[in-house]
Design a protein around this ligand. Structure first.
Ligand code: SF4
Length: 423
């Protein structure tokens, strides 16, 4: 039995690295400071040794690798998907496997913040670290995101309430806005809530850009609100000491998608003519920021990449996993630490269960259950060390609370790279 301090919770992009983990009889029994969302990562994981399954039957490791390699060698259009709940050491191997196979590789970014990456490519991103926000920001704008439900310790550790730096009085030193299509728990904790009409975020953001630039607007009502509401927000943004816009899937997955993101990123850049302002995407999966980093280092693009022509090609809408499956373009799949069978649209999920699939996951997910080959792997941050990137792209080293009795994703992917033929 043991106690390990300063463990990291990998459930969400906050990557809280102050968790104290108690292990008894080979399992985590306590994860102090982990929130309700994160505690399950530690306590629900069963680290017992578990053999790979082929067609649901227990199989030796080498035989399972041979079967997986046979599937991938026969495939004409293999696809690799997931990556966001693995350490970067394994993500690197996933890209190397895609390169060797001539496969399509896509991450969970394509169903959450993919448009954020596209917006960033278009206009750049005025970013910062969560440490800067905690110590300096006096205006926070939560736009299309709800960390009160999705990132439970974000307010206390980084944004709303810490008494730190230039904010010695914590919450009292900060003005908080929420902009969303409906009232949320985050809106309840804010000083101001602006309810934007559904599908009109782009219009609201363009209005703010125009107001910041000093343009005259004659329209009385915009995006469901009187012009005065946007005028007041624009003035607040220009006159704050240091502002931050946190943005989420309310912008990236609503009408306008990457255009909404470009507009917000442009607004933030333009605000820097008057004050200091940054934007930070609220990233969901624990290492989805790492997946973007690794993909971009190694392919030049953050998601939706095909190696079929021997060079990385980027095409969201074609090489994104939902499209590869819905259009029946993939004939085999490697699913890494994610559960598309449970979360994808019905047509994509049904097709996934028709093609031979190889899954690596520390949990027996629905995807694992419909897979031809399933490798139960170790859990990064519980029984395997590794590196993950926080939502502000700061790398955090994960500690392990116990010795792994299962192979890591990195090890299984290394074995697969050695076993498959080059395309
Ligand atoms: Fe884990 Fe996120 Fe909760 Fe922190 S806020 S403990 S990283 S789930």
């Amino acid at each position: 039995n043991s106690v390990t301090e300063n463990m990291t919770c990998t459930f969400c992009g906050c990557l809280c690295d102050d968790i104290t983990v108690e292990v008894a009889d080979g399992r985590v029994v306590k994860a102090k400071k982990a929130c309700a969302n994160g505690a399950g990562i530690f306590k629900e994981y069963d680290p017992s040794p578990a053999p790979p399954l082929v067609d649901g039957k227990e199989t030796g490791y080498d035989e399972a690798i041979a079967k997986a390699a046979e599937i991938l060698n026969q495939a004409k259009s293999p696809m690799i998907y997931g990556l966001s709940s693995m350490a970067v050491e394994a993500q690197k191997k996933a890209v190397a496997l895609a390169d060797k196979l001539g496969a399509v590789i896509d991450t969970t970014s394509s169903v959450c913040h993919g448009p954020t990456g596209m917006g960033m490519m278009e206009v750049g991103e005025a970013t910062c670290t969560l440490g800067e926000i905690r110590n300096r920001a006096d205006l926070l704008v939560f736009w299309g995101c709800n960390p009160a439900a999705s990132h439970l310790r974000h307010f206390a550790r980084f944004s709303m309430t810490p008494k730190a730096g230039l904010n010695p009085n914590g919450r009292k030193d900060r003005t908080i806005y929420t902009v969303d299509v409906r009232p949320t728990p985050t809106a309840q904790k804010s000083d101001h809530f602006i309810q934007v009409a559904i599908g009109h975020d782009y219009e609201a953001l363009t209005t703010l850009r125009a107001l910041i630039a000093g343009k005259k607007i004659t329209q009385k009502e915009i995006a469901g609100q009187p012009l005065e509401v946007w005028q007041e927000l624009a003035e607040r943004m220009k006159s704050c000491r240091y502002g931050v816009a946190f943005m989420g899937m309310g912008i990236t997955m609503s009408r306008g998608r990457q255009h909404n993101v470009s507009e917000l990123f442009s607004l933030v850049t333009e605000l820097n003519k008057y004050t200091r302002f940054s934007v930070l995407p609220m990233r969901g999966h624990g290492n989805v920021a790492g997946a973007d980093q690794v993909m971009t280092w190694q392919c030049g693009y953050p998601f939706a990449v095909s190696f079929a022509k021997g060079i990385p090609q980027f095409c969201p809408g074609e090489f994104t996993a939902v499209d590869m499956l819905s259009n029946k373009h993939a004939d085999a799949a490697v699913i890494l630490a994610s559960d598309p069978a449970a979360h994808f649209p019905v047509a994509a999920a049904e097709y996934l269960s028709e093609i031979p699939t190889i899954t690596l996951d520390c949990e027996v997910s629905l995807t694992a259950k419909v897979s031809k080959v399933y490798f139960p792997t170790a859990c990064y941050g519980v029984d395997a060390p590794g590196t993950c990137y926080r939502m502000d792209n700061v790398p955090i080293r994960l500690r392990a609370a116990m010795e792994a009795r299962r192979p890591t994703d990195e090890k299984v992917l290394t074995s697969l790279i050695e076993a498959v033929k080059s395309c």
